[in-house]
Write a protein that binds this ligand. Structure first.
Ligand SMILES: C[S@@+](CC[C@H](N)C(=O)[O-])C[C@H]1O[C@@H](n2cnc3c(N)ncnc32)[C@H](O)[C@@H]1O
Length: 193
């Protein structure tokens, strides 16, 4: 299993939006979901993606996607899926919104603490090709705004190591594609649904 944890400082925490771009750029998180799970004509069977949304009106929300062949996911409509998951939220509970997709109130720091040994993606880190990643690596990254100061501090403190995919500043979804491809080449297994 490979895991990505993405923090979005402004991602809207209620499903009452029409325009993803005005909902704290949830359109960017849709690209991240596609990059994490989709291959051409196949879905990856070994991915977990955590989205921590910290925008209004009720932060934080932790949405976890885990590869599941019954997950009702279409590349054309991730926005509506996120909206439905947010509407299914119930206070003080972890809700299985859909097969493979859960939502609960959980802070970024707590998600990090549950994923000890994670790698923090930063362009100034050690190049990924020089790092022994192990079989179930976890990667932490920010959305278009990057990690805010406090979250960056917490992540740097807990991270196993800061790692880079190169000197260029990539979109978060591009980072996920590059890391997925790197792991595919390392393990050379067909992990698809
Ligand atoms: C669009 S970037 C954020 C840009 C933001 N202005 C910043 O300075 O953090 C989104 C995330 O992708 C990751 N990232 C971008 N380029 C990277 C690179 N070359 N190597 C590793 N991670 C990278 C970082 O985790 C970053 O938070």
């Amino acid at each position: 299993m490979r895991t990505f944890i993405l923090f979005s400082e402004r991602g809207r925490t209620k499903g009452d939006f029409r325009d993803l771009m005005k909902a704290g750029r949830l359109d960017i998180l849709c690209h991240d979901v596609i990059a994490a799970f989709f291959l051409s004509n196949a879905m990856r069977s070994d991915v977990s993606l955590h989205l921590v949304l910290n925008g209004p009106p009720d932060p934080p929300k932790h949405i976890e996607f885990v590869s599941n062949e019954e997950m009702p996911i279409s590349k054309k409509d991730i926005g509506n899926l996120l909206r439905s998951v947010l509407w299914k939220y119930k206070p003080r509970r972890r809700i299985e919104a859909f097969p493979g997709i859960s939502i609960e109130k959980k802070r970024f720091e707590d998600v990090l603490a549950e994923n000890q040994g994670f790698y923090l993606l930063e362009s100034a880190g050690r190049h990924i090709s020089q790092v022994e990643l192990g079989s179930n690596p976890v990667f932490v990254l920010g959305d278009h705004m990057g990690l805010p100061r406090n979250e960056r501090k917490a992540a740097r403190k807990l991270a196993e190591e800061r790692i880079s995919i190169g000197p260029m500043p990539y979109f978060s979804s591009q980072c996920i594609v590059v890391v997925n491809n790197h792991l595919d080449n390392l393990y050379d297994e067909r992990s698809i649904l």
